[in-house]
Write a protein that binds this ligand. Structure first.
Ligand code: SAH
Ligand code: SF4
Length: 346
């Protein structure tokens, strides 16, 4: 079976050319899939019946099966998909009053990076996702929104997995999201734990895609204890790569900071962070920790978070405390899957 969502425009054209179809058939098929958001070959009425028949026998439009779905009070949709080999991955759609519609998608089943506080890290690595599996997560939400007269406006690679550990597929998926789903680079963000060579390579791709860095600590001792990747590329190397990315892409870099009660939320820490980021065009997203089963830490209280913001602002660093959307449905990285697995456990 050929999954059409795994193919870009040229790949679709090659497939249909190989089936002896004229070139315009591939354009029609592409239009059905991505402009009309149609996944049912039987409904593609301007394709000849024998071609529709062959497509239904030899191809699929996507491979993801919904395993569970939850809708939160704030409109957030959280899905767990089952992949053909049984792996489970999460995708979230966040709905904002401004009209913004953001899909948060996964790049791997599990994650090899082992960050202590992260539910996905606690599960370990299962496998990389294919380009089609990454793109399809965004495509499904795009179609669903289109059907209700709305539009998917933003995509963030911030679900399960480390996108830059699956570099080639993640970059191809980003190109596809731009080309096939029509979402501009400036509306796409990739979040990384800090794989420095990949950040540098990504800068050379020449996209204006947003870069988000999971920082969470200002000293190497503390960051290495929470995030093993820091033993390979330390904070100084990471910040230097971010400064270069900023200079090359012209985009402000985002730093993500999970605020952990009594761990990394003191005023002194905020001052150190302000000094570390001084002179860099950036923004800090502060996210009170989502507690996970494998980590003892808890979230910072709102007053302490507000003080952290003030200190950063005194250093000229803009910062926002993010409300974790969909908190009532475990919409934190890897959390829905851990809840479902726990429920299934004997
Ligand atoms: N692997 C990538 C992207 C996926 S994680 C990365 O690490 O950047 C998306 C974001 O959620 C990261 O900033 C990550 O550090 C953060 N995160 C993971 N577990 C969390 C938790 N329990 N509470 C708050 N943020 C968490
Ligand atoms: Fe992997 Fe990101 Fe979780 Fe770290 S925070 S374990 S890199 S998904």
């Amino acid at each position: 079976m050929q999954d059409l969502v795994d193919l870009d425009r040229a790949g679709l054209a090659d497939l249909l050319a190989g089936w002896g179809q004229p070139a315009f058939r591939a354009r029609q098929l592409h239009g059905w899939l991505y402009e009309r958001g149609e996944a049912d070959f039987g409904a593609m009425l301007n394709l000849p019946a024998p071609l529709r028949q062959r497509l239904s026998e030899e191809a699929t439009a996507g491979t993801l099966q919904v395993a569970t779905e939850q809708t939160s009070r704030d409109g957030t949709i959280k899905r767990l998909y089952r992949l053909p080999d049984g792996q489970l991955i999460e995708s979230v759609l966040m709905v904002y009053a401004s009209g913004r519609r953001t899909a948060c998608i996964s790049s791997q089943a599990g994650c090899a990076m082992g960050c202590a506080f992260c539910a996905t890290g606690q599960m370990g690595f299962a496998r990389h996702l294919t380009v089609g599996e990454i793109v399809e997560q965004a495509w499904i939400y795009a179609r669903q929104l289109q059907a209700r007269g709305e539009r998917l406006s933003n995509v963030v690679l911030m679900g399960m997995g480390e996108p830059f550990h699956n570099y080639d597929a993640a970059v191809s998926a980003i190109r596809r999201i731009m080309d096939d789903l029509g979402i501009g680079a400036r509306h796409i963000t990739v979040s990384t734990v800090g794989l420095v060579p990949a950040i540098r390579r990504f800068a050379e791709e020449g996209f204006q895609v947003g870069l988000a860095i999971s920082l969470h600590a200002t000293t190497d001792a503390q960051r290495s204890a929470m995030m093993p990747v820091n033993r390979r590329w330390d904070i100084a190397e990471l910040i230097a790569a971010c400064a270069d990315y900023q200079a090359i892409s012209g985009r402000r870099v985002t730093f993500e900071w999970a605020l952990i009660d009594g761990e990394n939320d003191s005023e002194a820490e905020a001052h150190r962070l302000g000094q570390l980021l001084r002179g860099l065009s950036c923004h800090v997203n502060l996210i009170p920790l989502n507690p996970t089963g494998g980590y003892a830490g808890g979230p910072t209280r709102a007053e302490v978070a507000a003080r952290f913001v003030e200190v950063l602002e005194s250093h000229g660093i803009p910062a926002t405390v993010r409300v974790r959307r969909g908190i009532d449905i475990d919409a934190g990285c890897g959390q829905l899957k851990s809840t479902v697995l726990k429920r299934q456990a004997p």
